[in-house]
Design a protein around this ligand. Structure first.
Ligand SMILES: *C1O[C@H](CO)[C@@H](O)[C@H](O)[C@H]1NC(C)=O
Length: 314
């Protein structure tokens, strides 16, 4: 009998990637059957997962009574929390989401929990940077999970390539060229990952050898790319002129959603001053690609595949 893998956030970037990868992996699809948990099973993304062979059920981390039924019979559970963006909602809500899903996994008798965590910025920066809540609260959930009576492993995503098609999409400069602006030096390094295409390849490594990964981190990145190199790649692939501009923190804040502006600025300063995965970022990124099951998407391939999203107004 196959094991039941329950995936939270199944219509999101990370959960969706895990579901698709497991369903499409000849070996893993024999070991695991997949239950996709989503807040809205009627939406097209949920229907699409169903069509590919996943069981789709309703579940919401903000509604604890929905969690136990969604986890019934679970063997392995993938948990991802949602960053709190609105200004009027306490950031701590993200910790409570993670705790609710983890507690429910234990209560349902699941054997193994895979949590999508992030580096603890406050700890790595020796408390010089203490407001990158969507990193630190995930690290807090991770610590909590490590204290629970369940086996666990931790996926640590790199910087999403998708961020260059959303908040940091190239902006028209007015003269036919484009600019990506941030408050850090052009040499600041980002461990890039195509989170939609490749999250599943890393989580699959854990699913294929859960005992080997128990208690461990699986960090994801295709390679380290600086802002300088990123704009060069976008220019080369698109044939458009795209430049990087280092702007004051106060200016960057004005372009970001108010609820997360301070946090995002602090996050980039952290990447610049401490390294995304801390001091050992370079070594960690070299090892990361070797763990993945399958070839990873390079930034060049990502730009080619998503070109219209980089230049929506062109
Ligand atoms: C982009 O990627 C990461 C993963 O590191 C995420 O946590 C971050 O806040 C994202 N968004 C922006 C706008 O940079």
């Amino acid at each position: 009998m196959s094991k039941l893998l329950v995936v939270f956030g199944a219509t999101g970037q990370q959960g969706g990637s895990v579901v698709e990868h497991v369903l499409g992996d000849p070996e893993l699809s024999k070991i695991y059957r997949v239950r996709a948990v989503t807040r809205d099973p009627t939406k097209p993304a949920a229907k699409a997962l169903q069509a590919k062979g996943a069981e789709v059920v309703k579940g919401d981390a903000e509604d604890p009574s929905s969690l136990l039924p969604a986890l019934k019979g679970a063997h392995t559970v993938f948990v991802v929390t949602l960053q709190v963006i609105p200004e009027n909602v306490p950031k701590f809500q993200e910790f409570l989401q993670g705790k609710a899903m983890a507690d429910a996994a234990v209560a349902a008798g699941a054997e193994y929990l895979i949590f999508s965590t992030l580096p603890n910025v406050a700890a790595i920066s020796s408390r010089k940077i203490t407001n990158v809540e969507h990193f630190d609260l995930k690290a807090e959930v991770e610590l909590y999970i490590r204290s629970l009576p369940i086996k666990s492993a931790f996926y640590v995503p790199g910087f999403f390539m998708q961020n260059f098609t959303t908040v940091f999409v190239p902006q028209p400069a007015g003269d036919g060229s484009f600019v990506i602006a941030n408050a850090v030096t052009p040499q600041t390094l980002l461990p890039l990952i195509d989170t939609v295409a490749d999250t599943g390849k890393f989580v699959a490594a854990i699913l294929a050898a859960p005992d080997a990964f128990e208690g461990k981190y699986v960090r994801s990145a295709e390679r380290l790319v600086s802002f300088e190199e990123a704009v060069k790649t976008i220019s080369q692939v698109s044939g458009k002129k795209v430049q990087y501009a280092q702007i004051p923190e106060s200016t960057l804040r004005q372009y970001l959603p108010p609820g997360i502006a301070d946090e995002i600025v602090a996050m980039f300063i952290y990447y610049q001053d401490f390294g995304y995965f801390g001091q050992k970022t370079k070594d960690v990124v070299k090892e990361a690609a070797e763990v993945a099951r399958g070839k990873l998407t390079t930034f060049e391939e990502f730009v080619e595949k998503n070109l219209p999203k980089f230049f929506p107004s062109a």
